[in-house]
Design a protein around this ligand. Structure first.
Ligand SMILES: Nc1ncnc2c1ncn2[C@@H]1O[C@H](COP(=O)(O)OP(=O)(O)OP(=O)(O)O)[C@@H](O)[C@H]1O
Ligand SMILES: [Mg+2]
Length: 393
């Protein structure tokens, strides 16, 4: 273990020398000073753990010296020893955080016990300081991770990001997890705040992990058309975005019809569409609001509606929003591709996407798949050996 550093300040040279010999034998690194100047020079150059201070120094008030010392090294522990005790110096010393006030003549036993107690306190404080620093670091990392993920969600929704990126982020998360585990095991403080923050970190790491897994699934294109339960796919898309939606104060109201027929789709592609529409609704409601997601079936189609209470779309922009690179969010990094890609996907499966909106009142995007769904799509599924008995129930 590292040697603890002690500084003795006493204007009696003999006292310094005697104490120093005894404490060095006890295994401490000891320095001595007989006046203020020497004491301050040493304090500025060496990181002492403990100061043993006589408050009656020639030409200097020991308490004044103590406040100067604390300014240079606020974490140093201090034991006052004096032959001239006074209430004032005891009160002032306590205010400056001394751990003991010993009266001369001092017994070695009580001095040793006092030193041990002060050094134990110092050790605990050091640990706590170290832990707080590491926790701060971890929190910063998590914030950065959240930023990256929100950007990644956007990119993934446009099919522009590969699984390699997610594996990288997953590695970072694992490292953070290990560090937090270390912190938790080595924590020797009763500070409930530190424990609470550690728990927050762990929870957030788990959350980020879930988001990444969702993104991984989203970016994995299997290009396989299968009968899909639209309500279930909506659930998956919403749960992927739920953290962001909650943070932004957006309430999601799900109004799903119970018995809509399956639709033949590649599930990850259609989830991309849902995520795009949810992201747009989020952007339209920076101060929070409501997003209603409705599914249903009428005579010849099934429909999915995303209805928000956001800023809405200007009349003159309504016809432009499905054209490539049209965006009103350039500063925020909007690319003007979300709706183009979504439209392309929906139309590939014989569906349509339309919008109704009034400025400042919100927007409603409606996706429709006509029934019976595109015959070609059904044929592809049949060739894959899948049954379509649920279709068009
Ligand atoms: N729910 C909505 N409320 C208000 N405006 C919307 C909504 N959805 C889309 N828009 C408008 O349509 C434009 C085009 O949307 P689109 O999703 O294609 O691109 P973007 O969101 O700007 O960028 P990104 O390519 O990152 O998605 C948006 O910039 C916005 O002006
Ligand atoms: Mg968009």
């Amino acid at each position: 273990m590292e040697k603890k550093r002690i500084l003795i300040v006493d204007d009696e040279e003999n006292m310094c020398s005697a104490l120093s010999d005894v404490l060095e034998e006890e295994g401490f690194f000891v320095s001595t000073a007989i006046d203020r100047e020497e004491a301050l020079r040493l304090i500025s150059n060496i990181e002492f753990d403990l100061l043993i201070l006589d408050i009656r120094l020639k030409g200097t008030d020991g308490i004044k010296l103590l406040s100067e010392v604390k300014e240079i090294n606020p974490h140093i522990k201090v034991i006052i020893m004096t032959g001239y005790p006074s209430l004032d110096s005891a009160i002032e010393g306590t205010r400056l955080g001394i751990t003991d006030y010993l009266l001369k003549p001092i017994s070695m036993e009580s001095l040793k016990a006092s030193i041990q107690n002060a050094l134990n306190q110092r050790e605990k404080e050091k640990e706590k300081l170290e832990l707080s620093k590491r926790l701060e670091e971890a929190e910063k990392k998590i914030l950065k991770l959240e930023e990256t993920l929100s950007q990644a969600t956007k990119l993934a929704s446009l099919g522009k990001i590969g699984p390699a990126m997610f594996h990288e982020v997953k590695n970072i998360l694992s490292i953070m997890n290990i560090s937090t585990y270390y912190l938790k095991r080595n924590i020797e403080t009763n500070d409930p705040k530190i424990k609470k923050h550690l728990e927050i970190i762990e929870k957030e790491i788990e959350h980020s992990h879930q988001i990444i897994m969702g993104l991984l699934n989203l970016s994995r294109k299997e290009e396989k058309t299968i009968p899909c339960d639209i309500n279930q796919l909506l659930e998956e898309a919403v749960s992927l975005m739920s953290h962001e939606l909650e943070l932004k104060g957006i309430k999601v109201i799900k109004d799903y019809a119970g018995d809509i027929p399956v639709v033949f789709l590649e599930p990850n592609e259609i989830k991309q569409v849902f995520v795009n529409l949810i992201l747009n609704a989020e952007d339209a409601m920076p101060k929070g609001g409501e997003l209603r997601i409705i599914t249903g079936k009428d005579d010849n189609c099934i429909y999915i509606k995303f209805s928000d209470t956001g800023c809405g779309i200007k009349k003159k922009d309504l016809e432009k929003i499905f054209t490539p690179f049209f965006t009103t969010k350039k500063e925020a990094g909007g690319m003007g591709l979300g709706l183009v890609v979504s439209k392309e996907i929906v139309e590939k499966y014989g569906g349509s996407i339309s919008v109704e909106s009034e400025e400042n009142k919100g927007a409603t995007f409606t996706i429709k798949f006509s029934l019976p769904q595109n015959k070609q799509v059904r044929e592809v599924v049949k060739q894959d050996g899948k049954e379509d008995k649920d279709f068009n129930r």
